[in-house]
Design a protein around this ligand. Structure first.
Ligand SMILES: CC(C)(COP(=O)(O)OP(=O)(O)OC[C@H]1O[C@@H](n2cnc3c(N)ncnc32)[C@H](O)[C@@H]1OP(=O)(O)O)[C@@H](O)C(=O)NCCC(=O)NCCS
Length: 160
């Protein structure tokens, strides 16, 4: 089987793969898919202040998953993990673990101190919450009814 490679340079041909991964996730609403693709578009056509960072899990040109993260403005070394997603058929085979390890290592190299991941308290995000807990993230904040009534924002954090 072709080896899985992790790379950090986003290419124009990755966009359609990112769209497929976001749509297949089962977790993201249409609005969220659009926001994810906007981050990709901005990275491919950056403004002077664009600093989205990526890790792409590439198997022979086919993306199995990705992570997108970046420094939180006005912080010293606090990074937000904006997205981490793996195609359903590749889940449970450590792809997300490898993506998270790569993000953590890159953050460490940049002198980062925190990686934060915000997610929802609802059922479609249960896998993500279990994943963060397994990967050594702690629940650092919970805001009731943040996204809408009955949908809390939960923030997981990992000290680097
Ligand atoms: C969350 C997600 C990225 C995990 O991807 P994955 O490649 O299956 O994760 P891994 O195979 O690396 O699993 C890492 C650990 O988490 C556990 N885990 C992952 N998904 C799980 C699930 N659904 N239920 C229970 N445990 C789970 C694994 O068992 C593994 O634990 P182990 O090391 O003890 O074996 C994937 O489920 C996903 O893409 N979800 C939809 C998108 C999403 O919600 N992203 C987060 C918000 S941006």
């Amino acid at each position: 089987m072709t080896e899985l490679i992790l790379r950090d340079a986003l290419r124009p041909e990755d966009r359609s793969h990112l769209e497929r991964i976001l749509r297949a996730s089962g977790a993201f609403r249409e609005e969220e898919v659009s926001v994810g693709l906007e981050l990709a578009d901005e990275t491919l056509n950056p403004r002077p202040d664009t600093d989205y960072l990526w890790v792409l899990a590439d198997r022979g040109g086919d993306l199995l998953g990705f992570a997108c993260y970046g420094l939180v403005p006005m912080t010293e070394g606090t990074f937000d993990l904006y997205w981490i997603a793996v195609v359903p058929e590749a889940r449970g085979s450590n792809v997300a673990t490898r993506l998270d390890e790569a993000v953590t290592e890159a953050v460490r190299k940049r002198g980062g101190r925190w990686v934060l991941a915000e997610t929802s308290s609802t059922e479609p995000y249960a896998a993500a919450r279990r994943f963060y807990a397994k990967r050594g993230y702690c629940l650092v904040e919970r805001i009731p009814d943040f996204y809408r009534d009955g949908d809390d924002r939960v923030t997981f954090g990992k000290r680097v």
